[in-house]
Design a protein around this ligand. Sequence first.
Ligand code: A2P
Length: 336
Amino acid sequence: KSYQVAVVGATGAVGNLMVRVLEERGFPVKDLRLLASFRSVGKTLSYKGGCIPVEELKEDSFKGVEIALFSAGGSVSKKFAPIAAAAGCVVIDNSSAFRMDPNVPLVVPEVNPDALVKGPGIIANPNCSTIQMVVALKPIYDAVGIKRIVVTTFQAVSGTGKRAIEELRNQVEALVQGKEPKMEIYPRQIAFNCFPHIGAFLENGYTEEEMKMVNETRKIFNDPNIGVCATTVRVPVYYGHSEAVNIETKAPISVERVRELLSQAPGVRVVDDPANLCYPVPLDAAGKDETLVGRIRLDPSVENGLAMWVVADNIRKGAASNAVQIAETMMARNLL
Ligand code: A2P
C-alpha cells in the first residue's frame, strides 16, 4: 500500500528535509502535497525527479490526505493539526503544541514505539535535544535504570529555522568585514558567541527548552520520577546539536558494558577513541540519521555516575527523520 502524504511547512528548514527524507528512505508515497503560507504560492520543490507546486495551507487542504507531517510552528499546528486529524489524517507534529497533552503519544521509535496507537489522530515528535538524548540513554535505562540526568546542550541554529541560519551567516560576514552585525532572530549576537537562552525564561529560572527536556524525557520513559537538570545553550553551528550528558544510574554499570550496549542499540553509533581524535562532532553528525556517542567515562564524583558526549543532526534525527520513522513504525505495526 502507498499513502497520500502532506508536508505542512514544506518550504522551511525541517519541512524541506521531511520531503528529502521521505524520498531517501523510500517511504511509499502515492501522492505528495506540499503546504506552506500564501507567501510560498508559486514555488515548487523537487521530489523524485519531478516538481511539486507548493500550495497555501487552508482548512480544506487535508481532503484525502492519510499522513500529514507538520513543521510550520506551534500556532499553525494548534489550529490545523486538529482539523487534519478530524479529516481522517494521522498527523505527526514537530511542534511543541501537543507534546505534553496526555492524549497525544510523544514518540521516539527506538525508545517507546509502544506508545503509538492506531490513527487517525495527532502524534507528537519530541524536541530535538530530547530525542538524541533518550536514544543514547535508552539501552542504559533498560539495563540498570537511571535516577538522574544532568545535561548541557550546544545547539545549532538550524533548529530555529531558515532565517536563523541566514542570521548566523550574515553576522559572520558583517563581522569579518568590520561591520555592525544585525540581530533579528536571536536575543544576542550568535556569531563568535554562545548564550544559555533557548525559548523564554520561566518563573523557575529555567528556559522553555530546558523544561522541554525535563518533561518530555519523563513522558517518553514513562517515568515521572527521573530527575533532569538541563542547561540549553545556542552555539554558532549550522547543523548538529551536541550534549554533555551526566547520569546517575540505579545500579552500577561499567564503561565497557555501556559501550557494548550502545554499539548494539538501534540508531546509535559509538564514536569513542579519543587517542585517535575519534569523538562525535556536529560536522560529522550532519546529514546522518544516527546519534553519535563518545567520551564515555565514569563520573567518580558520585556513586554510579557516568559521563558521555552525544551528537546528532538536529533537523534529521531531531526532527524530520524521527517524524518519518514514526510513520514507518506505524506502517510496520499496521497502525495507519
Ligand atoms: P513560508 O515559507 O511560506 O513562510 P522555518 O522553520 O524554516 O522558518 O520554516 C517555517 C515553515 O512554516 C515554512 O514552510 C513556512 O512557510 C511555514 N509557515 C509559517 N507560517 C505559516 C502559516 N501561517 N501557514 C502555513 N505555513 C506557514
